[in-house]
Every structure is written in structure tokens, then in C-alpha cells.
Design a protein around this ligand. Structure first.
Ligand SMILES: [Mg+2]
Length: 398
């Protein structure tokens, strides 16, 4: 089988907010076509206009091609071999960053094709089934107009997640740093206030994770606040420090009584090796598209197993990425949870409408995917609406 065409769809939620820090309001989706009529789909989480250029750009140097021209003609049934060949053929511009994340969308589509061609769910090609259902955690998205609204929305979301049957949830407490929501700036003690209130709301038998989104600008500041959270039984603290400060990550991991998690922006398993070896984190969080697709995410999970680390992927963009994560989780025993923002708890139309037949939640659990390939298909009507919205913003930018 041969790849004949890679179609790129740049998508935008028509209700996007230019000031939001949301991964679910724009998207690059690829459709990879083959000479046998099987089409695979994949997506990735970065600026989709830049990602498309990584795929569609021409190239005049053998080590600096555009991804599309490299993948066309390859055998889609060998995604890992294709990954390595594409990684080499784009090395001058790629190796890390945007180009690898764009490869991630194509790689996911190849795994979709491989599953469809074999008539099996993709996870069967990734490894052994390691569980009977998947442990999903709810990702809670706060209301961000002011602190009081933030706090009360977190309590409402936490309560609804529990009512939906979730046994675990992740809350954001971000009042400083680059992700501080819509201008809400509060002292670090306010983070503690949110965690305490949510713990109170959900009771002791519920797993709580905390995402501070790079809020601390120094190791000392992170240590001071996080060390006061021991009583709230926090499962992990996500991205407390800037992503490149690996020595500080290690110092923090060794000095606070809570697991440290990171990795959402990293590309390739090489960056995850450094995060674990130098940064000493306990929980690695590959975003399957960004890291380079299922081929690379699989390498991250294998490294984590060798090092005794836990994997909890970063992922909530649309039902397509959620499906990719479900397949990876099926074969990864050391992935106790995967991120699941139920469409009902999310405002993004992309999250709600992009795919049909998406992974379903029942009593807080997600069942093992059974359909061939990734098991989800694009909702064509929604796709057209999102493409149109992206064309409009592009016209404005020019
Ligand atoms: Mg995060």
C-alpha cells in the first residue's frame, strides 16, 4: 500500500476567543489517502497554519524536505519506519518543535490506516491489552471572569464530574505566569484556597490533580506553596516550573511530598528522556500529536516503564486525540488515567462536534475501543464550518 495524498484541514471554532489559552479552539486535522482507498485521520495541537506549512512546503535539500513530499509514496502500514525516514528527511528544520508535532498528525493517521487495513482496533497493533476499561479523569475548565466566579465554577465542575461517575479530576489553579487566565492575578495562597475548597466539595475518596500551568517563576516560590498542599492528598502537580528549567524540576521533585508531572509541550522521546533523567519528574505527560504521534508516544511509555514512571497524557482537544489516547492507554498498564474532558463539560465546538462515534464514558470509565482503526470518523458538516471560520481569520490576519 502507498500514501497518495495528505490533505490538511486548518480548523477554527467560530466562537474562538483570541485571548483564550484553549487548545480546543483551533486544530490541524490531516486525512492521509492511499492507493487502496483507505483513508486515515490524525490531528495535532500547535498553530495549525504553521503545522500545515510544515506539511505542504516544498524543499530543495535532501535533509530539509516538506513532510508531504516525504510521506507520499511511503507504505502507511509501517508507521514507525515512515516516522524515522520522515524525521531524517526533515532534520534541518525539524528534529524538534513544530515539524515533529505536524508529523504527529500524519503518524496518528497512519496508525488509523494500519488498523483499518488489518480490520482491528489500532491498539492491537501497538501492544498487548493491559486492562478491561480505561481510567479517565475529568479535566475541569474554570470560569475566568474573576476569582469568585473561578472558585465557584470549579466547585460546580467538580461536583458534575463526580455525578458523572468520575473518580478523578484535575483542576487548574493558575493566577500568575504565562497561562494566568484572562487577567486574573492573585497571590499564591489563593491556589491553596481553590484546592482546599474543591477537596472539601468532593470528599476524601476522590483523586485530585492540580495543574498550575507554569505559575511559579522560581524554585523557592514553588517549594514554598506546594509543600503546604500535602494535607489535600494531591495526586500530582502539573507543570509548576518553566518547561526548560530541568535542574529546578529535579530539585522540586526531591523536596516536596507530591509527585511532579510535566511534558505537555515536548516533542520526541528524546526530550522526555531529558525530562526524566535530568528533571526527575514522576509523571510524564506526552501530548500524542505534539510529541510526534503514536509512534513517539509509544516510545515515551516504554521509557517510562523502564524508569518506573507513570504516564498520564496531555490531551483533550477533540474526540480524535481522545481516541488516540484511548488506544495508547489500552496497551499501557502504567497509565492509570488519561485526560478526558467530556464534551458536556466543555464549551468548545471542536471538542463537541469534530468526530462521530467518539469514545464513550460510562460511570466514569471509558471502554476499550473495538472498531477498526482509531474508530472515529470526521463529521463532514462540522468540518466545513470550522474550515470556513479558519479562512475568515486568515483573511483578517493578511
Ligand atoms: Mg496543562
Amino acid at each position: 500500500m502507498k500514501i497518495t495524498k495528505i490533505e490538511c484541514h486548518v480548523l477554527l471554532d467560530p466562537d474562538y476567543d483570541i485571548g483564550a489559552t484553549s487548545s480546543a479552539q483551533d486544530d490541524l486535522v490531516v486525512e492521509v489517502h492511499t492507493d487502496e482507498g483507505i483513508v486515515g485521520i490524525g490531528e495535532t495541537d500547535l498553530n495549525p497554519w504553521i503545522a500545515r506549512e510544515c506539511i505542504e512546503a516544498p524543499g530543495t535539500h535532501t535533509m530539509d524536505q516538506g513532510l508531504g513530499s516525504v510521506y507520499i509514496g511511503m507504505n502507511p502500514l509501517e508507521p514507525q519506519k515512515a516516522w524515522w525516514d520522515a524525521y531524517q528527511a526533515t532534520a534541518m528544520t525539524g528534529r524538534r518543535g513544530a515539524l515533529v508535532s505536524a508529523m504527529g498528525a500524519i503518524d496518528i493517521a497512519l496508525w488509523d490506516i494500519a488498523g483499518k487495513a488489518a480490520g482491528v482496533p489500532t491498539w492491537k497493533l501497538l501492544g498487548e491489552k493491559s486492562r478491561d476499561h480505561l481510567g479517565a479523569y475529568a479535566s475541569l475548565q474554570p470560569e475566568v471572569s474573576n476569582f469568585d466566579a473561578y472558585l465557584s465554577s470549579m466547585l460546580v465542575w467538580a461536583r458534575s464530574a463526580k455525578e458523572m461517575g468520575f473518580k478523578a479530576a484535575k483542576l487548574e489553579t493558575t493566577f500568575s505566569g504565562p497561562y494566568a487566565n484572562m487577567g486574573i492575578r492573585e497571590k499564591d495562597e489563593r491556589m491553596t484556597e481553590v484546592i482546599s475548597a474543591v477537596r472539601n466539595e468532593v470528599g476524601p475518596d476522590f483523586i485530585l490533580m492540580v495543574d498550575v500551568q507554569y505559575a511559579f517563576d522560581s524554585l523557592e516560590r514553588a517549594q514554598k506553596t506546594i509543600s503546604t498542599w500535602a494535607d489535600f492528598d494531591v495526586y500530582f502537580v502539573e507543570t509548576p516550573l518553566w518547561t526548560d528549567d530541568l535542574d529546578d524540576y529535579r530539585a522540586l521533585a526531591e523536596s516536596v511530598p507530591i509527585k511532579i508531572a510535566a511534558g505537555e509541550w515536548l516533542t520526541t522521546h528524546y526530550e522526555f528522556d531529558a525530562l526524566v533523567n535530568q528533571g526527575g519528574v514522576a509523571v510524564v505527560q506526552p501530548d500524542i500529536g505534539r510529541v510526534g504521534g503514536l509512534s513517539e508516544a509509544l516510545k515515551v511509555t516504554q521509557m517510562a516503564a523502564r524508569k518506573g514512571k507513570i504516564v498520564v497524557p496531555h490531551l483533550w482537544k477533540t474526540g480524535l486525540s481522545v481516541a488516540a489516547a484511548a488506544h495508547l492507554a489500552t496497551v499501557t498498564p502504567h497509565m492509570p488515567f488519561f485526560e478526558f474532558l467530556p464534551p458536556a463539560l466543555c464549551e468548545s465546538r471542536l471538542r463537541k462536534e469534530l468526530v462521530t462515534d467518539e469514545v464513550k464514558l460510562s460511570e466514569g470509565k471509558v471502554s476499550i475501543p473495538e472498531k477498526p482503526g482509531l474508530g472515529v470518523e470526521l463529521n463532514r458538516d462540522a468540518l466545513e464550518i470550522f474550515k470556513e471560520a479558519a479562512l475568515k481569520i486568515r483573511a483578517k490576519a493578511n
